[in-house]
Design a protein around this ligand. Structure first.
Ligand code: TNX
Length: 656
């Protein structure tokens, strides 16, 4: 490559850091009128730039120093500062860069790892443990093992009492084939029996393995899925004999929380339908029952809305020649994609077969840049002179409650979304509405006056209440991030997802809202997993080691019989994907921390024990290996594979 940039932290300031950026021209040709484009997650203070000009839209920065050509075999140097916390991770550096020259040529620029000033390198010690006798995660409510094993062969069959549960039995058969290449024959022994047991609770199951075979008892499709997931984890495979061994046991199990979820952000990075299904299938193995799908954000609109095709024709794509600027990765090309309504139906059916409901998130009124840029005639308030900057550095990403177009947009999007997703919930976002929005919009100010509102939070609440009423009329309950109750306009039927702190969850529960816990400090899987600069991830909420993920105990400050606890529907983990651009990285960030969180979501608090979990995990990792999951090994700290960083994600070709 003919160009390279080096970025070094040169000074740590009381609030922020100062950087030196060197752009090298390693070629034999000088370039005049160049522009350097690079992806950088933090806001660069304009006034701090030593020379040249810099614009920043989200993470995309464009630097030019027109007075100085970039001479052959020479370099140019600039300094700038940020006002947020100092860098500790290499992932904080510049992610990608390219140069454009006056002839319009695009040249790739290689990026050296950032030189950090204060890198802490203290990998946490994970205790070495003896491999446990069984590898069940989450740990069942009660499990008794007896001596002896039952053998399953390719002549084994699964029988169901009731055809209603056939699809759970099919899942088990498919998984056995996928994992162990054992295809059951249509003529064989009836070794696994799904027995309907109406006395059990919906998600409860029993699993009995003895000389007579395997019996799973349950009363619902999801109960049979959980029984099947446990059975799979109990299997030991003898490849030579093509036989699966299952230890004799009696297991009786049911979940602690009714809501056990995982959120994936498909807006910042786009995952193919196959990638999403692969993850959902894995979630089923850990007895999760909810997939929260973050489908819209500033950097991409991913759900087809038939009445507003611009949302995906324009808003699903970013790049040098697109309406939306490139962000984060793949910045010198067209990147993106969307899920057609057919794709979504396919995902929903796939998830339902695995006992998982899919909840869509349409994030409003902030985080709406992709929608606004796709539908400016509908969503831009031409008289709004407000000046604001969102957390992710946009000044044009918020819907206006003062114009009709916003309400028409909401009607259409919520109607189509509600029709498409059978779950009785729609998540409406409501997070991170920037300070300063709507202040200089005559229509918003007039609306505030009409209703006697004194703050923008009330105006936000006004819009969210509209969305809530609309969703109610469509038979859906509204879910929102913790900011959804700001301005006190939405009803107590709204479910609050707390992400900033546990305290917020307690406050919301005290106010009478049902809550789902998703505190950034312990459940955000985009956080780095250890105190090492090379760990991929971010650290604004925390560094989340496996142990911290495991030890998270929802609302532990409250006594176990505090009635407020009844308001907790459950918990979920989340993967935001600004820096998660490919499948290996996805796996690396999710596994095995999700297993730790799944144990808390499902298992009894009294049975939680980190060493015992590690012992089971040690035995369990082979099951992840068998499926090609690129997990982070807690003992060897194995990184994602070398090539992962350089691998281009081909997903964006899916819809071209
Ligand atoms: C906060 S959590 C966000 C997301 C970012 C994430 C990055 C929440 C409701 N908003 O928009 O992707 O931090 O960690």
């Amino acid at each position: 490559m003919d160009f390279r940039i080096d970025l070094a932290v040169i000074e740590i300031l009381p609030k922020g850091s100062r950087f030196g950026l060197t752009l090298h021209n390693l070629s034999e040709k000088s370039v005049a009128n160049w522009q350097l484009n690079f992806a950088f997650d933090r806001h660069i203070e304009q006034a701090s730039l030593s020379h040249g000009t810099l614009t920043q839209v989200g993470s995309l920065c464009t630097l030019s120093i027109n007075s100085t050509p970039l001479y052959a075999n020479n370099h140019c140097y600039v300094e700038f500062a940020i006002a947020t916390s100092p860098f500790k991770l290499l992932s904080d550096g510049i992610k990608e860069a390219y140069l454009t020259t006056d002839s319009g040529t695009q040249c790739t620029v290689s990026v050296s790892p950032i030189v950090l000033k204060e890198a802490i390198d203290q990998p946490s010690e994970v205790p070495s443990v003896k491999t446990a006798r069984h590898k069940l995660i989450p740990e069942p409510m009660s499990a008794n093992f007896n001596s002896g094993v039952y053998e399953l062969t390719r002549y084994s069959q699964i029988t169901v009492d009731n055809t209603e549960f056939q699809s759970a039995a099919n899942w088990l058969a498919e998984e056995i084939t996928r994992l162990f290449s054992i295809e059951s024959k249509s003529i064989g022994q009836q070794d696994i029996h799904f027995r309907h047991s109406p006395v059990l609770d919906t998600e409860e199951y029993k699993l009995i393995v003895n000389d007579n075979g395997v019996v799973i008892e349950s009363t619902s499709q999801s109960g049979f899925i959980y029984g099947a997931a446990t059975l799979i984890q109990l299997m030991d495979f003898d490849a030579a004999r093509h036989t699966l061994y299952i230890p004799f046991c009696q297991i009786h199990d049911k979940p602690r929380f009714a809501y056990r979820g995982m959120m994936i952000d498909s807006a910042r990075s786009f995952q193919s339908v196959e990638d999403i299904k692969r993850l959902i299938n894995l979630f089923a193995h850990y007895k999760l029952n909810t997939f929260h799908w973050h489908l819209t954000d500033d950097e991409g609109w991913r759900v087809e809305i038939k009445a507003l095709p611009e949302l995906t024709e324009i808003g699903a794509w970013r790049g040098p020649n697109e309406t939306l600027e490139a962000q984060f990765h793949h910045i010198n090309q067209r990147y993106g994609g969307f899920y057609s309504q057919e794709d979504i139906k396919d995902v929903i059916a796939f998830a339902a077969q695995r006992g998982i409901q899919v909840i869509p998130e349409i994030d409003i009124p902030g985080h709406c840049r992709a929608a606004i840029k796709s539908l400016p005639h509908m969503l831009v308030d031409p008289d709004d002179r407000s000046i604001y900057r969102s957390v992710q550095h946009y000044n044009d990403n918020t819907l206006s409650p003062g114009i009709d177009g916003t309400y028409r947009f909401l009607d259409i999007v919520l109607e189509e979304t509600s029709e498409l997703f059978p779950a009785p919930y729609v998540h409406i976002g409501a997070d991170e509405v920037p300070v300063g929005v709507w202040e200089k919009s005559p229509s918003c100010q007039a609306l505030m006056e009409t209703h006697g509102y004194s703050s923008s939070k009330e105006l936000q609440g006004h819009l969210l209440r509209y969305a809530e009423d609309k969703l109610k009329s469509l038979g859906k309950r509204m879910l929102g991030w913790e900011e959804a109750h700001f301005g006190h306009k939405v009803s107590k039927d709204t479910v609050i997802y707390s992400w900033l702190s546990e305290e917020a969850a307690i406050n919301c529960a005290k106010l009478g809202y049902d809550v789902v816990l998703q505190p950034g400090q312990t459940t955000y899987l985009d956080m780095a997993q250890d105190h090492c600069p090379t760990e991929p991830g971010v650290d604004w909420a925390n560094v989340i080691t496996l142990e911290q993920a495991y030890l998270y105990e929802p609302l532990s400050e409250l006594s176990s019989n505090d009635p407020i606890k009844k308001r907790i529907l459950g918990m979920q983990a989340a993967l935001w994907t600004e820096i998660v651009s490919h499948q290996q990285r996805l796996d690396y960030m999710i596994f095995p921390r999700l297993l730790a969180l799944a144990e808390t979501a499902w298992g009894l608090e009294s049975r939680k024990n980190y060493s015992a979990f590690l012992a089971r995990l040690k035995a369990h990792l082979s099951l992840l290996q068998r499926q090609g999951v690129h997990y982070r090994d807690p003992w060897t700290h194995t990184e994602e594979p070398e090539n992962a960083h350089h691998q281009t994600n081909n997903n964006n070709n899916d819809k071209i």
